[in-house]
Design a binder for this molecule. Structure first.
Ligand SMILES: NC(=O)c1ccc[n+]([C@@H]2O[C@H](COP(=O)([O-])OP(=O)(O)OC[C@H]3O[C@@H](n4cnc5c(N)ncnc54)[C@H](OP(=O)(O)O)[C@@H]3O)[C@@H](O)[C@H]2O)c1
Length: 249
């Protein structure tokens, strides 16, 4: 059987790392991207005998030139998993312009940089899947998420839109919108996180859902269904419920 290749951004930690390990265990070859060399080395060492199934690049998703070089050096991936992202909770009644910019540059424009870099080869190949990491925070504005949430909403709209251009090119687009997953990103939250998932369980759910023919998937089922309903309710009710659930300590 031909080995499949995945390109994963944000591979050194959290969901990206867990998902990369799972794919490698299933026989995939993974090209991984993240910024911190040390974290990347630690990830690589833990692969033990499967180290030849992975190549890691120290690269910031803000660096378009380097991303284009990585794309040139490698074959077209069957899966482009645009996962790298940051999350910094803010109090928007304070001045936070640098934090807003950082989120926009990494979470949104970082995805566009990767998309533009790897798409040409995928189009030449005429197949592959682009999986974009959004969040339930993209469905409805949540407490402390004024910098993070809008980037995830933008990604959802971006993913919906590019489908029309890629339908005829053999490339499918999917979006993953999880609830809370236990990673270093969420460890800073000082509020109750309903349905908090273990990172390896999140990786398994991503794998299961990416093989289904649906545009968007979310998990865990109960919390994400609840959030979906909240996002559709009249504002007065959703505001009240979110205050009650997420702001309880
Ligand atoms: N955890 C959750 O509850 C949750 C829920 C919904 C959605 N998500 C989304 O899932 C994705 C992964 O989150 P996570 O919780 O796994 O976070 P995490 O544990 O902090 O891991 C983030 C990964 O992204 C990399 N990264 C960050 N900025 C980067 C940049 N500028 N260029 C390249 N790599 C970069 C990090 O490595 P370096 O720092 O070395 O670059 C790390 O490998 C994010 O997009 C996040 O928004 C998470």
């Amino acid at each position: 059987m031909k080995t499949k290749t995945a390109l994963i951004t944000g591979v050194s930690d959290g969901i990206g790392a867990a998902f990369a390990r799972l794919l490698i265990d299933k026989g995939w070859y993974v090209i991984g991207i993240s910024r911190n060399k040390e974290k990347l080395n630690i990830f690589q060492k833990k692969l033990n005998t499967k180290i030849n199934m992975f190549i890691g690049y120290q690269c910031d998703v803000q660096d378009l030139d380097k991303l284009k070089l990585i794309a040139k050096e490698n074959n077209s991936p069957s899966l482009l998993f645009l996962n790298a992202g940051i999350y910094k909770p803010i109090d928007s009644s304070n001045e936070n312009i640098d934090v807003y910019r950082e989120h926009l540059n990494i979470n949104f424009l970082g995805v566009i940089n990767c998309y533009e870099s790897f798409l040409p080869k995928m189009m030449l190949n005429g197949n592959g899947k682009i999986l974009i990491m959004s969040s339930i925070a993209g469905w409805i504005g949540l407490p402390k998420s004024a910098a993070y949430g809008p980037t995830k909403a933008a990604l959802r709209s971006f993913a919906q839109s590019i489908r029309y251009d890629l339908f005829s090119k053999g490339i499918s687009v999917q979006i993953c919108s999880p609830g809370f997953v236990d990673t270093s990103a969420t460890s800073i939250n000082d509020f109750y996180m309903p349905g908090l998932l273990k990172v390896d369980d999140a990786a398994k759910l991503i794998y299961k859902n990416m093989n289904k023919n649906k545009f968007e998937f979310s998990f865990p089922f109960i919390f994400s269904s609840f959030m979906k309903i909240l996002s559709l309710l009249p504002d007065k009710i959703s505001l009240l419920l979110i205050k009650k659930i997420l702001l309880k300590n």
